[in-house]
Design a protein around this ligand. Structure first.
Ligand SMILES: Nc1ncnc2c1ncn2[C@@H]1O[C@H](COP(=O)(O)OP(=O)(O)OP(=O)(O)O)[C@@H](O)[C@H]1O
Ligand SMILES: [Mg+2]
Length: 327
């Protein structure tokens, strides 16, 4: 017999796609803070995010009406109609993250808009959402996610050690901090990492990867056929044994893309021996209508309408940057 699944079950299934581990929570919450125009974001982790992820921002905040919808699936303020899906500019658009996270944790949102007299809070426990209540709050939003997967024991069992989860969270935060050097971050996860707002990309790379990397970085600035490639590439002397430090972003969003990694490595080819991989921080910008970010629930893969054009723009951009070395 075919049965329609009850909403709690549907919610848990959907959550499985968006929320893989604590780092997914960190990514979704910080992206929301950035979309809300935050200039300072504090991220606190306990147990590598397994028992607590708390993100505090000074963004535009949420109204009572917003809070009522925050944990509802497919509720978003970022898409007005289907036409918008063809040209996405915000980091979020699916209206799914908070609903998914709220379905598999004990979650709380506390928020106040700039001109509101008081704040409000809403909670969700395993998908059961409370009424919105008034609460004292600073301007902006605090979202606390406790005990991720408390009601999904199979998932909980697959979580790594706190150190392992913490490491993944830090990697995600690194990407977000790189693509938003204008935003200040404070990361409290055992040790505290402080990244002041309004930094240059170069300075931020220095803070995250050390002065040597900063000093060896060459500027990239290239534009052709509506594809912009900017950022920094590190001198071949700074190459590594793995691809872990190839940071690629498309319209501000970190992505993984084999073809573009290949474009980068091809540009470095004459400078690098086999088994050595370049360190790059490349920001590709193009008409949002020419890239589909809605390929995967975590949005880490994209499809380009004109893949060849993007490939050759990246390759040329890196070649030009490396040419400054001797010149
Ligand atoms: N930190 C925040 N500050 C202000 N508003 C927020 C914040 N976090 C979430 N919101 C509001 O809650 C809505 C739902 O957030 P949620 O992350 O679930 O969906 P989304 O960001 O619209 O899309 P996606 O599922 O792709 O992330 C957002 O559209 C936004 O209006
Ligand atoms: Mg979101």
């Amino acid at each position: 017999m075919i049965r329609v699944l009850p909403p709690e079950v549907v919610g848990k299934i959907a959550a499985g796609e968006v929320v893989e581990r604590p780092f997914s929570v960190v990514k979704e919450l910080v992206e929301n803070s950035i979309d809300a125009g935050a200039t300072r974001i504090i991220v606190e982790l306990e147990d590598g995010g397994r028992s607590l992820v708390r993100v505090t921002d000074d963004g535009r905040g949420m109204s009572v009406a917003d809070l009522e919808l925050a944990f509802v699936q497919h509720a978003t303020s970022k898409l007005e109609d289907v036409g918008d899906l063809d040209a996405i500019v915000s980091l979020g658009f699916r209206g799914e993250a908070l609903a998914s996270i709220g379905a598999v944790s004990r979650a709380r949102i506390l928020s106040r808009e700039a001109n509101a007299i008081e704040g409000a809070e809403v909670r969700a426990e395993g998908g059961v959402v409370t009424e919105v209540r008034p609460a004292a709050a600073a301007q902006g939003t605090v979202i606390e996610i406790r005990d991720l997967f408390c009601n999904v024991p199979a998932r909980r069992r697959f979580l790594k050690t706190p150190q392992g989860e913490r490491q993944r969270c830090l990697e995600v935060l690194q990407k977000l901090a790189l693509s938003h050097p204008d935003v200040g971050f404070r990361i409290e996860a055992g040790r505290t990492i402080d990244l002041p707002p309004r930094e240059t990309l170069r300075r931020r790379i220095g803070r995250l990867f050390g002065r040597q990397t900063e000093a060896r970085a060459l500027a990239v600035q290239h534009e052709r056929g509506g594809v912009g490639v900017d950022g920094l590439v590190v001198d071949p002397d700074g190459a590594r044994r793995d691809r872990a430090q190839q940071h690629l972003f498309v319209n501000g969003r970190p992505i993984r893309d084999r073809s573009l990694s290949h474009a980068v490595e091809d540009a470095y080819r004459e400078y690098l021996m086999g088994g050595r991989f370049p360190v790059v921080f490349l920001f590709i910008t193009l008409d949002p209508a020419k890239v589909d970010v809605n390929v995967h629930p975590t949005k880490s893969e994209v499809r380009f309408v004109e893949g060849r054009l993007v490939y050759s723009a990246v390759r040329s951009a890196v070649i030009e940057a490396l040419a400054q070395r001797t010149g």
